[in-house]
Ligand binder design. Sequence first.
Ligand SMILES: [Zn+2]
Length: 259
Amino acid sequence: MSKKFLLDRRELVIGLAAGTIVPLAGCADNAALGRNQLMLVSQAEIERLSATAWRDTLQRQRVLNDPAYTRRLERVGTRMAETSGLSHLDWEFAVIDSDLVNAWVLPNGKVAFYKGLMDIVETDGHIATIMGHEMGHVAGRHAAERASQQRAAQMGMQIVGMALQTQGVDYDADMAAALGAGIQYGVILPYSREHEFEADRLGIDYMVGAGYAARDAMDVWLAMSTLHQDRALEFTSTHPSDDARIAAMRAHIEAMGYI
Ligand SMILES: [Zn+2]
C-alpha cells in the first residue's frame, strides 16, 4: 500500500482536498462480498486504530479469566476464524466481565464478548452465530468502507459509479469515534443496513462451514429481536434485528440448502 496512506487524518484530508494525494486505489474489489468498495483508508491505518482500541479495551475493561467462559469463546472463535478465510489475522478472544449483552470484533481480529451475552446463549452454535456475523463485518471490510464513505462525503468528492446514497451510512460517525468512543462505551457504532445483511449472510456461511447448525442462527436473531429493553442492549442497538433481516437470513439458509 502506498506510503501516502500512512499520513494522519488531517494531512490526508488536506492532501485530498488540494489534489496532491490521489486515491488511486479508491475502489477495491472484495471477493467475499462480490462487489466493489470505496477504499480511502489503508489496511495499515485500520490496523493501527484497531490496535489502539484493543489496548484501550484491555486496560479499561475488566477481562474475565474464568476458563468456563474463555475456553468456550476460544473454542468457537478459533473454529470460526478457520472457515471465515481470515486465519491470517492474529485472533484474540476476550470475555469482558460485564452484564451487558454485547459483542464486537475489531478489523484486526480482536474479539470481545461480554459475560452478559454469554450467559444468555445456550449452545456453541449461538456463539458462532454472533461471532460469524462479526467476522462477516471484518471480511467485508465494513469499518474501512464506512470510514472511506465518510471521508468522501466530508470532502465533497464525487465518486462516479459509487452509489454512496444507497449505503445509508451515518456520515457523522468517524472511524475514530467508532473505535475510540465506541470502545470507551462498549459499543461499535451502527453499520449500514447493507452491511448488516452482508454480515448476516457471511456469518451463516461461516458457521455452517464450521459445522454448526444454521437453525441456531435463526434462534439467536429471533431472540435478539424480542429481548426486553430493560437489558443493556448495546448489541441489539448496533445490530437491529428486524423482520426484514430475519426473512433475508431465512431465505439465504433455504437457498443454500443449509436446512
Ligand atoms: Zn452487525
